[in-house]
Design a binder for this molecule. Structure first.
Ligand code: AP5
Length: 219
């Protein structure tokens, strides 16, 4: 299966993509995680992306597109894209790359959440710097406060989860990313809409019920 998960910052894309990747045995390709790994490794790409990420803006398309298409080529068993495409130009380039490889996206899922829930989700998020597991100080607590369940690392807050940066990320979403849904609908692609304001388990159940149907069709 080749899936795209769309939605605003804090919609739960990372949380749900990890579960989707486990259930359907496909790769979770998160543009944000790949960029953060490049930054941590001090690569040229990571250094170029840094100022855009820290300010809550989008990293330029020319940096992102090659990076994500390379990752997709390595994911032979299929993938779920998290955070890509995020502009209409990225969606167009993704379509071109898929057409060149005679491939198609199996399904597109859009997580819908009102803006007023997002600030609380993002400012309360804590992540493991070692394994990338994501928690929330109220909605998804680790067993021991501030410590990752998987590897006992101390959890950290992402620098772009500060309230002032979250506001800019939401602005970038409405100005540049929301149009990606219309792009796909305008090309006759069906977009599965999920109410992601529900609790995490309910959102997972809604997504799985739709994707199980798609999965049985592609075999
Ligand atoms: P990225 O890392 O992709 O960030 P994002 O899209 O802003 O998404 P988030 O990771 O913040 O949220 P999420 O939807 O994954 O939510 P999560 O599951 O963690 O991008 C970071 C930056 O990189 C961008 O700002 C940009 O600069 C750059 N970038 C990345 N891709 C790019 C691209 N294609 N083009 C250009 N630039 C790009 O959940 C959030 C919190 O809420 C967690 O604590 C979780 O526990 C909790 N939660 C989740 N679901 C629920 C629920 N249903 N109920 C209650 N709490 C919930």
């Amino acid at each position: 299966m080749k899936l795209i998960l769309l939605g605003p910052p804090g919609a739960g894309k990372g949380t749900q993509c990890k579960r989707i990747a486990d259930r359907y045995e496909i790769a979770h390709l998160s543009s944000g995680d790949i960029l953060r790994a490049q930054r941590a490794a001090g690569t040229e790409l990571g250094q170029k992306a840094q100022k855009y990420m820290d300010s809550g803006g989008l990293v330029p398309d020319d940096i992102i597109i090659g990076m994500m298409i390379d990752a997709m080529k390595k994911a032979a068993a299929g993938y779920v894209l998290d955070g890509f495409p995020r502009t209409v130009v990225q969606a167009e380039e993704l379509d071109k790359a898929l057409a060149e490889a005679s491939e198609e996206i199996t399904g597109i899922v859009n997580l819908q959440v009102p803006d007023d829930l997002i600030l609380d989700r993002l400012t309360g998020r804590r992540s493991c710097p070692q394994c990338g597991a994501v928690y929330h100080i109220q909605n998804l607590k680790p067993r021991a406060e501030g410590i990752c369940d998987r590897d006992a690392q101390t959890l950290v807050q992402r620098p772009d989860d500060k309230p002032e940066v979250v506001a800019d990320r939401l602005k970038a979403y409405h100005e540049q990313t929301a149009a990606v849904v219309s792009y796909y609908e305008g090309r006759g692609k069906s977009v599965i809409i999920i109410d992601a304001a529900d609790d995490i388990e309910q959102v997972t159940a809604s997504i799985f019920s739709k994707l199980d149907v798609l999965c049985s069709r592609v075999g």
